[in-house]
Design a protein around this ligand. Structure first.
Ligand SMILES: C[S@@+](CC[C@H](N)C(=O)[O-])C[C@H]1O[C@@H](n2cnc3c(N)ncnc32)[C@H](O)[C@@H]1O
Length: 189
């Protein structure tokens, strides 16, 4: 494994990995993949559902800095969001991030019709994944990409989400064999 990352962010990521279990962060492998996906597709408007302390957000935002993109990230708990904001500031990415605090479904329901995302990362309440998909779909650009974590580790809770993607002819998808299982879906319309 080799990553291209500045020293400050590299150190913060390593520090956050010490408390990975407390904050339910994605594994490093998944962070690297998300970072590369964003760069490869030149994503411009990314949405993250489930900020926690900002660990995954740093992987996303560092890639978005390179593409000239923006990140909107949603977290229910104010305390976790504050920690995330500090991490984003320390790593020099806060200027491209819009943190939103609250319940994801409520927030997604209130998005204006004109709000569009070409990259979405889902990592919040597992049973709500299917609802997030339903609420996000009208806000996806053509050729948008969705990644969702914990597909194999929380298989039963996310089954309705997998079924919804599977039965939707707008998407092709694959579940990547990363720790926890990462579903990657491409909207082919
Ligand atoms: C698995 S953690 C996210 C980890 C983060 N993506 C990372 O890898 O650094 C899930 C987060 O989603 C938040 N969450 C859970 N349900 C939520 C909801 N309905 N709305 C907004 N945030 C929610 C939790 O508070 C928690 O911080």
């Amino acid at each position: 494994m080799k990553i291209l990352m500045d020293k400050v962010t590299s150190d913060i990521l390593e520090e956050l990995e010490k408390t990975q279990r407390d904050f339910w962060n994605i594994p490093r492998e998944t962070g690297i993949m998300l970072n590369m996906f964003i760069k490869m597709m030149n994503a411009q408007n990314a949405l993250e559902i489930g900020t926690s302390n900002g660990y995954s957000g740093l992987w996303l935002a560092k890639a978005l800095k390179e593409t000239g993109g923006q990140l909107t990230t949603i977290e229910f708990y104010e305390k976790r969001q504050s920690v995330a904001i500090e991490n984003f500031k320390t790593c020099g990415v806060f200027d491209i991030i819009t943190p939103i605090q609250g319940s994801a479904c409520d927030i997604l329901e209130r998005f204006e019709d004109s709000k569009k995302f070409d990259f979405v990362f889902i990592d919040a309440n597992k049973r709500e994944y299917v609802k997030y998909l339903e609420l996000i779909k009208p806000h996806l650009t053509q050729k948008a990409f969705i990644a969702a974590d914990n597909i194999t580790s929380h298989a039963e809770k996310v089954q309705t989400f997998i079924d919804a993607i599977d039965s939707d002819n707008d998407f092709q998808y694959e579940i990547l064999n990363l720790p926890g299982g990462l579903l990657t879906a491409y909207k082919n319309t």
